[in-house]
Design a protein around this ligand. Sequence first.
Ligand code: NAD
Length: 295
Amino acid sequence: MKLGFIGLGVMGAPMAAHLVAAGHDVSGFDVHAAAGEKLAAAGGRAATSVADAVAGADVVITMLPNHPQVEEVVLAAGGVLDTAEPGALLIDMSTIRPETSIAIAEAARDKKIRVLDAPVSGGQAGAEQASLSIMVGGDAADFEAATPVFDAVGKTIVHVGPHGAGQVVKAANQLVVGGIYGLVAEAIVLLEASGVDAATGLDVLAGGLAGSRILELKRKSMVEREFAPGFRIDLHHKDMGIALAAARQADVALPLTGLVAQLVAAGRAMGYGSLDHSALLKVVEQLSGRVPAEV
Ligand code: NAD
């Protein structure tokens, strides 16, 4: 297929490279020109603008930070809806608020462009290993049509409902991940303050009912205070905002999500925004007056 790929950052760059490796003709654009050059080195083409990446594409993929960037790239003059061929499929894989995904689908309908929201989980490692989990909102026929794209970058690929549903599932994912990080951080602070070796204690937790992917993958780096991202606190702060806004939209109360959102906001306010989200440990330590280890 002929693909346009917009947003070649931490996630987008390896995903675009996997699509090239799967045999697709990929034109990529990023406001940072160096990212386009990297794609060209991997066998794709560096486009000079959104319109250039989109020209003649069967499928356009966006992997951008947040809804303002998606709105600019998709809805602005010279953007995807302005320049894509009727019948083209736009797959937005960014994590953004569900209402924007729904608004984009409505705007695209008038232009006869099909749209899926398809946020991902699995982080940079998942993007590099083509093992992402992908939660997809939109029409079933469009989901089927997108299978070759999803297969090239992901392993767990599920159609979860209509437009916006993918983003709601991603919001649920992020509130669970944030909550578990907060609790693992509290467990570490309790163990250390009680004079119990945290690494040993967490080994036991990881094998019992408290076990989780986060304990499995991150307990060692958390105890050793290694907080290189990974997934940045700044991005998780955005995602907690999306989860709270979605809760308001659905008229439900999510008290734990609210609390975790405040802890993540505190981490950002304390200057940890560019650290990995496991640096929530530094926030929890400071609440108990314990001095965080230097990073
Ligand atoms: P990133 O900041 O590394 O990449 C985004 C890219 O978009 C950047 O290269 C930026 O230059 C480019 N960009 C911004 N505005 C643009 C525009 N107008 N036109 C063209 N390019 C533009 O972010 P990322 O980590 O790759 O994350 C992308 C999305 O995926 C986010 O919504 C994030 O929440 C989500 N996500 C990230 C991870 C992760 O571990 N990093 C995991 C799951 C989901």
